[in-house]
Design a protein around this ligand. Structure first.
Ligand code: SAH
Length: 266
């Protein structure tokens, strides 16, 4: 969880989205946690309509690919004007304010990227459509390229929803229970342990006995060994990273100890 002090300012975290379809926003981000946080000004969202920068009588934003082939490509001049508009008033392109193009050829998105994005003052997202964006403007503005997975969407807006949702939940005061962001899948190169709620027995299946013991150390040990078992069988790649000691921070044990300490302080 990132503290306000760590962020070093009182301005809400802000995202600027360059899109041909501004009407899609805030869309699903207006619901639940992110929606409540948006209405409470914990973060802000601005859309920049790419069409406003379109050229000619038809406000054209795209053109045919040079060299042939199917589809259309966003024109560099149109995208450049939209990026300039998005950059007015913020340190665009810096560590504090990354400019990101969402694209299937980008760096695969990981929880560690989300954590560092939550520490910025804001970000600008460029959502592609059709065949994508002229390469020259991507290079000139040094856009960071991020992919949300090895599949192809019809537009960057859907990837933007994913990215924004994941960042917003790490903004201070957005998640009700701060500890829920600490012990979860991917925060330690481990997948999450199984979760249970009441009733104690459902359709003849009891919850694991250990979880009812009230013994914090035993519960933490059970959860850790389950997280390890699940990671080893489902994600050999993550398991290798974890067992090589390449963990982002502390072990689950340390976190549980910290939570225990907090409980005792209360
Ligand atoms: N021709 C492109 C795909 C274009 S898909 C290629 O082969 O790489 C249209 C737009 O959807 C892209 O410009 C991008 O902004 C978005 N998009 C598609 N898949 C994505 C993914 N996996 N991650 C992030 N953005 C994606």
């Amino acid at each position: 969880m990132i503290s306000d002090a760590e962020k070093g300012n009182d301005e809400p975290w802000r995202v600027k989205i360059i899109t041909l379809f501004p009407e899609l926003f805030p869309g699903p981000l207006d619901c639940s946690l992110s929606g409540r946080a948006l209405r409470s000004n914990l973060w802000k969202l601005d859309t920049i309509d790419l069409r406003e920068f379109g050229e000619g009588a038809h406000r054209s934003v795209d053109d045919r690919p040079v060299g042939g082939g199917p589809g259309m490509v966003f024109r560099p001049s149109v995208v450049a004007h939209a990026l300039d508009a998005a950059s007015a008033g913020n340190p665009a392109g810096s560590e504090e304010w990354p400019m990101i193009y969402l694209t299937p050829r980008g760096q695969p998105l990981q929880q560690s990227h989300i954590e560092s994005l939550a520490r910025t003052r804001g970000m600008t997202l460029l959502c592609g459509r059709f065949e994508g964006v002229d390469e020259r403007v991507l290079r000139k503005y040094r856009l960071r390229e991020i992919s949300i997975g090895d599949f192809v969407l019809s537009g960057g807006e859907f990837a933007a929803f994913v990215l924004i949702d994941a960042v917003v939940r790490l903004i201070p005061r957005v998640l009700g229970n701060e500890s829920s962001a600490i012990e979860e899948s991917h925060s330690e190169s481990l997948l999450e342990y199984p979760q249970f709620t009441r009733p104690r027995v459902w359709q003849g299946i009891p919850v694991p006995e250990t979880l009812l013991s009230g013994n914090h150390a035993e519960i933490a040990a059970w959860r850790k060994s389950e997280a390890e078992r699940i990671t080893r069988s489902r994600r050999p790649d993550l398991w290798q990273k974890y067992s090589a000691g390449d963990k982002h921070s502390r072990s689950l044990d340390d976190h549980s100890q910290e939570l225990d300490d907090r409980e005792t302080e209360r």
